[in-house]
Ligand binder design. Sequence first.
Ligand SMILES: [Zn+2]
Length: 316
Amino acid sequence: MIIDFHTHVFDLRGPGDKEKRPVTWNDLIERLDEEGIERAVVLPLGISPEILLGPSLFGRGSDILSQINPPEWASKRVVLFGSLDPRMGCVGNLTDEGASEILEDRLPYFDFSEILEEYRRRGIRGIGELTANLPQDDPLVINMFEQCGNYNFPVLFHTTGPGRGVYGLWDEPGLPRLERLLKAVPGTTCIAHATGIWAEIDGDIVPEDKYTYPKRKIKKRGRLLELLEKYSNLYVDISGTSGFNGITRDRDFGVAFLNEFREKIVFGTDVCFAGKEDRRPHLGYLRKLLEEGEIDQRTFSLITGKNAVSILSLEV
Ligand SMILES: [Zn+2]
């Protein structure tokens, strides 16, 4: 069973791509059929302000409920995730206790259980895609990840480098903050995505790599490999330009990476728009590697479906 672990049914248009067409449930299932994919993990967006560009704010179907309520005919083909932002919640309103917590600079540790319960009732299987611009090891992030783990919800998150004006959880080169998070939440499955994590496939990383698509060949194993080896709760998704660049910028290194970490990698596309030209090359590339004998059937099956089945505890 092939599972696309990273899809959206959301209006992702920014000011620069107003002519693009947002993906509908219909478009999603049509693409799955044409590409020979059985199921898609649908990751709602829009809960964090970082992802809300002009058109999407007014787009139809961009609210959470629309993104977790597929039509009946599509429901067997999708696995639904819920959406959270670690900054949600507040303790400071209208109570002396809340006021003193704020004055003492204590952080508002929000109890997510009511929302997580509601997600569970609605058949949600995980949380993501997280896009909040926060340090990867912020106490609010750790709090949210820990509670998701208590509900057996894996968390999929966008990663980037330090600074404002970008979206996603950020970390310095070398991933010190991600390591702190992984240690702090051993019971939570963490699925990393985007430029911040893929830059770390290369041990000779420069800070700019965390935001871009570096093309250099890889001479030295990066921190990503070390953390994948060391932490059983870390996975990486190959979706988007970032993941595809990560596994192809140095073809031989990429193939060796896929083989070595086949139990820690999930296939996804991150298709953002409905046009044929907006489709992604990931699955075609993996199929080609299989055909050419660069990866074997077991490696192909793990990356394109089996790992997802076990992360999501899907019955097949
Ligand atoms: Zn995405």
